[in-house]
Write a protein that binds this ligand. Structure first.
Ligand code: TK8
Length: 349
């Protein structure tokens, strides 16, 4: 009997000691947990990396730095890093990385995004947007919001419209002053079937290519020419590998500020508001800077290249030549949506 009492007492003591030990580890883990949450308050900021195709002299890069400054001024839990010249990825790969959540932000042209959301193809319909005023009227309103909302179906959110600009033709072979001068030119296009079809309709021999390969292809003369806005032609130093410049304004390209939905869903509401506001404000800065730079870049390019403009007769021939392309791709983009877009364009005339 006595022995049993001792055993029971021993059992109670051991249990009590065990309970205290567990309680300590819970507190510890509690303490560790609070340390780790303290850690997130003190040092572990959420990093937002931006992948850009253009270099660090361009309005795109400078406006992305502006975005960084705006975000970091408003939040000490977010950190932005800007990567330029395609060092992380080209446009299409960067968009796929956003879908997987292995990259947070990229700001590509709309053209490569059309394989993800065909409706963005409205901007590839040649000679439809023809002035900055029209661009702002169509994009900075209900239609622009409606189109941007379509991106979410692809696992990315478009937070703002930025500006690439009106696209112009360069080549290393011949001055292009009339439609027949385009004949047979090996022109690089963005990876977009409407651009490919349009340059074929103009008589060129087009090749789709990622932007990251473009300069080398011109240097090695595997292509004769390309088309991009003046800031890109000047700041990416195309006069080093291209002789002739023609003002065509054949397409207006937006840049779209895209963030991974996986990243977005991981932000607090307050962080989301800060990021959205900064993307829109930096976008306004980007449009102003892009338009200023287009003017100054053209002045410099006229000194470095043989510059041509199209007469109204020749411009009419370019427009006529691509009309069948617009007809053909209405169904790919969506007849109704193209109708809506063209109605916005007419309103903005
Ligand atoms: C940069 C590209 C580029 C575009 C092109 O990422 O590919 O020609 O105009 O600016 O999006």
């Amino acid at each position: 009997m006595f022995k049993k009492k001792w055993l029971l007492a021993l059992l109670l003591v051991v249990t009590a000691v065990f309970m205290v030990a567990c309680g300590d580890s819970k507190e510890n883990s509690g303490a560790n947990a609070s340390d780790s949450s303290k850690g997130s308050e003190n040092g572990d900021k959420k990093k937002l990396r931006i992948s850009l195709g253009l270099n660090d002299q361009t309005p795109l890069y400078k406006s992305s730095v502006k975005f960084k400054e705006l975000v970091e001024a408003e939040s000490d839990s977010l950190e932005v890093e800007v990567y330029h010249s395609g060092t992380i990825a080209d446009d299409r790969s960067a968009i796929e990385m956003l879908q997987f959540g292995t990259l947070e932000i990229t700001i590509p042209s709309t053209a490569p995004f059309t394989t993800f959301v065909p409706e963005y193809g409205v901007f590839d319909l040649p000679f439809t947007l023809t002035s900055n005023e029209m661009v702002d009227s169509v994009l900075q309103g209900e239609f622009g919001d409606k189109l941007a909302a379509k991106a979410e179906s692809q696992g990315v959110l478009q937070l703002a419209w930025w500006e690439n600009g009106f696209r112009q033709l360069t080549n290393s072979k011949t001055p292009v002053e009339k439609l027949e001068d385009v004949k047979g030119l090996k022109i690089r296009t963005m990876e977009n079937e409407i651009h490919l079809a349009a340059w074929k309709a103009l008589g060129a021999n087009p090749t789709p290519m990622a932007f990251t390969e473009l300069f080398t292809a011109m240097q090695q003369k595997t292509i004769d020419g390309q088309e991009n806005p003046y800031p890109t032609i000047f700041l990416e130093k195309y006069p080093e590998v291209q002789k002739y410049l023609t003002e065509t304004n054949h397409v207006y390209s937006p840049f779209i500020f895209l963030i991974s939905k996986k990243t977005w869903d991981g932000l607090s509401e307050e962080q989301q508001e800060i990021v959205r506001k900064a993307a829109i404000e930096a976008g306004e800065h980007n449009r102003d800077l892009s338009r200023e730079t287009a003017k100054s870049a053209l002045e410099e390019l006229k000194k470095q290249m043989t510059f041509s403009e199209l007469s109204s007769e020749e411009l009419a021939k370019f427009k006529k030549a691509v009309e069948p392309v617009i007809e053909k791709y209405k169904s790919t983009i969506g007849e109704e949506f193209v109708k809506e877009y063209l109605a916005e364009v007419d309103k903005a005339q």
